[in-house]
Ligand binder design. Structure first.
Ligand code: GDP
Length: 300
């Protein structure tokens, strides 16, 4: 929590702090409410959630009458929490099946931090005492398999890889097979994320999913999104959601961006919870997404 707060507060105009200042004005006139809206929109909260939040805030402030700083903070905290959601299942599931490891497929556009996230997640699992096999099914980006293998060596997980430009589905299949043979707890599969042909992507990810499911259940399909890409990220999210059933979102590069509101927008867009956040390039910079900690960090 302390780390999250420190990382998020690095972004100059923390969303909540700005809102709190605006809400504390003596006269909440139309211009102020517009400024509040602009602040939320600038943080990528999205149009519909912004309107909802402002409407609710206006009503509650009106009912409240006098407003102490503590009251305003509580109000803002509650409303932001309501937007982010506190009920969702944010656990990354890796239970697997009978004698079959848990399988997690990691998808997303190249450059969003997919391989890094796969490596960091492996580290978290290994630190938790679970044995992990990595599948380097991103055969499109030349360096991806090397990068993943380096992570694997660093954290103590074996990497299954194939020839460059090889068939991603067959590597995924082999990785799960290897996981079963080794009695591993979890298999993490890094996939390619070129978006230029949706049909090609659909074909490839669909195939990876199908071959993995020949072995047993697929526990999670995590979509990695770069928090700094704003609306573009939402467009990407939509495309991936049409191709595979996303079970969770990983929002990377949340360090040093004032665009934290994308958490709200992307959850709405996909109807899927943000489960993990990337807070830097280092091995320890992956954290579970905790709505309370997140909102507190936003408000400052
Ligand atoms: P991929 O193409 O999706 O596999 O992306 P990579 O895993 O290679 O990551 C692309 C770049 O983003 C690398 O330089 C990573 O170090 C960086 N990166 C990944 N996650 C984060 C994060 O949470 N914060 C920051 N600041 N950088 C990140």
């Amino acid at each position: 929590l302390v780390r999250l707060r420190a990382r998020l507060s690095r972004s100059q105009n923390s969303l909540g702090k700005g809102l709190l200042t605006l809400l504390s004005r003596e006269h909440l006139d139309e211009d102020t409410w517009e400024e509040i809206e602009d602040t939320l929109l600038a943080a990528d909260v999205g149009v519909a959630p912004t309107q909802e939040l402002v409407e609710r805030l206006r009503e509650r402030v009106r009912v409240l009458g006098t407003r102490t700083p503590e009251e305003l903070r509580t109000l803002l905290r509650e409303e932001l929490l309501g937007l982010v959601g506190t009920e969702a299942d944010r656990a990354v599931h890796t239970e697997g099946g009978l004698e079959v490891p848990g399988v997690v497929m990691v998808v997303g556009v190249n450059g969003t931090g997919k391989t890094t996230t796969t490596g960091k997640l492996a580290r978290v699992l290994v630190a938790d005492g679970r044995s992990v096999v990595l599948g380097a099914a991103d055969t499109f980006r030349a360096a991806a398999a090397d990068q993943l293998q380096t992570w694997g060596e660093r954290v103590g997980a074996r990497t299954v890889r194939g020839p460059e430009g090889g068939d991603p589905a067959s590597i995924a299949f082999d990785a799960v097979k290897e996981g079963i043979a080794e009695g591993a707890d979890v298999v993490l599969i890094d996939t390619a994320g070129r978006l230029h042909t949706k049909a090609g992507l659909m074909d490839e990810l669909g195939k990876v999913k199908r071959v993995v499911e020949k072995h047993g259940p697929l526990d999670e399909v995590l979509l990695v999104l770069d928090a700094t890409t704003g609306q573009n990220g939402l467009v990407q999210a939509r495309v991936f959601a049409e191709v595979v059933d996303i079970t969770g979102i990983v929002l990377t590069k949340l360090d040093g961006t004032a665009k934290g509101g994308i958490v709200v927008a992307v959850q709405r867009e996909l109807g899927v919870p943000v489960k993990l956040v990337g807070l830097g390039e280092g091995a320890d910079d992956l954290a579970p997404f905790e709505p309370e900690a997140f909102v507190d960090a936003l408000i400052g």
